[in-house]
Design a protein around this ligand. Structure first.
Ligand SMILES: NC(=O)c1ccc[n+]([C@@H]2O[C@H](COP(=O)([O-])OP(=O)(O)OC[C@H]3O[C@@H](n4cnc5c(N)ncnc54)[C@H](OP(=O)(O)O)[C@@H]3O)[C@@H](O)[C@H]2O)c1
Length: 276
């Protein structure tokens, strides 16, 4: 077990990637605080984990777009575990999928507000809520979440991509500041690659653009041949949250580029065959 002296707070950890990271950290002996917006999701995940890992896990409702929730949750974690040595600012969402011009001005405004508030501002404030304690203990490991469109242009997820591009810039800039400080605090950014979770759901397709059923067939094909193995992908995070991690401001992937390229080739071949 590599993480017996560690304490971690993972935002958005009642499903998908955050939940898998919580499970992997707990298996390594780490104490983990889990949260999300929905009380039922928190209670269900908490009792699932507590039945295996006992009091190594705590949880509560915490909406990362609400600074007072973050303040309370960080305090609760420190009261229970004595510290937060690791933060994974994972909470994130993606709304409509499709060309940007299909969104009305009102829809573009409301979707940007929700997405930027959760993904970008939620990441910034999650970090802000643990940093004083990390500086006081002169130690911390922070992981932020990259995603579609952050590193290179990607169509059909423009608002989500903008939020992830912001996270990438914030992470890199903060890493520069941390580099100049004497505390051992490192921040790195994880790109899990396309992963089958609630976030990657075909029902988010803009119906005026594509028929949902037709789109789902194509999307399932992509998930089948291209999606990352969630456990393999998330296990790549562990070296970046250990005291031995020397990286700072680094983007790292949970997937192999070669597998991704081969996967897309396969999908295109199948699509061509189906169209003939
Ligand atoms: N899936 C992919 O293909 C993919 C690829 C690259 C990057 N990512 C990134 O990975 C991260 C996790 O996504 P996922 O795919 O695992 O999605 P997911 O299965 O939908 O999980 C998202 C988690 O975040 C919680 N959440 C949402 N909004 C929140 C908020 N405002 N405050 C606190 N918790 C909140 C959700 O629970 P509640 O609904 O109960 O709040 C849930 O536990 C995101 O940052 C995403 O952008 C995903």
């Amino acid at each position: 077990m590599k993480m017996t002296n560690e304490t971690a707070l993972i935002t958005g950890s009642t499903s998908g990637i955050g939940k898998k990271l919580a499970e992997l950290f707990l298996r390594e002996g780490c104490k983990v605080a889990i949260c999300s917006r929905n009380k039922d999701n928190v209670n269900k995940t908490l009792s699932e984990f507590q039945s295996i890992f006992g009091d190594s896990v705590i949880g509560d409702v915490c909406d990362v777009s609400d600074p007072s929730d973050l303040k309370k949750f960080v305090k609760k974690t420190i009261d229970a575990f004595g510290s937060v040595r690791i933060l994974v600012a994972n909470a994130g969402l993606s709304l409509s999928y499709g060309p940007f011009h299909f969104l009305s001005l009102e829809k573009a405004f409301s979707e940007s507000n929700i997405t930027i508030n959760t993904n970008l501002i939620g990441t910034i404030t999650s970090i802000s809520s643990v940093l004083p304690q990390m500086r006081a203990q002169k130690y911390g490991r922070i992981i932020t979440l990259s995603g579609g469109g952050a590193e290179r242009p990607l169509e059909h997820m423009t608002i989500y991509s903008a939020s992830k591009g912001g996270i990438l810039a914030f992470t890199r800039c903060l890493s520069k500041e941390l580099e100049n400080e004497k505390e051992d605090i490192k921040i790195n950014i994880f790109n899990p690659g396309i992963t089958k979770t609630n976030l990657s759901d075909a029902s988010k397709v803009i119906k005026e653009w594509r028929d949902e059923k037709e789109f789902k067939k194509e999307f399932d094909l992509i998930l089948k041949h291209i999606a990352s193995d969630i456990e393999k992908s998330c296990s790549k995070v562990i070296p970046f949250v250990l005291p031995t991690c020397k990286d700072n401001g680094k983007s790292f992937r949970g997937f192999s580029i070669i597998k991704l390229i081969n996967g897309f080739r396969k999908v295109n071949k199948i699509k061509k065959k189906l169209n003939h």
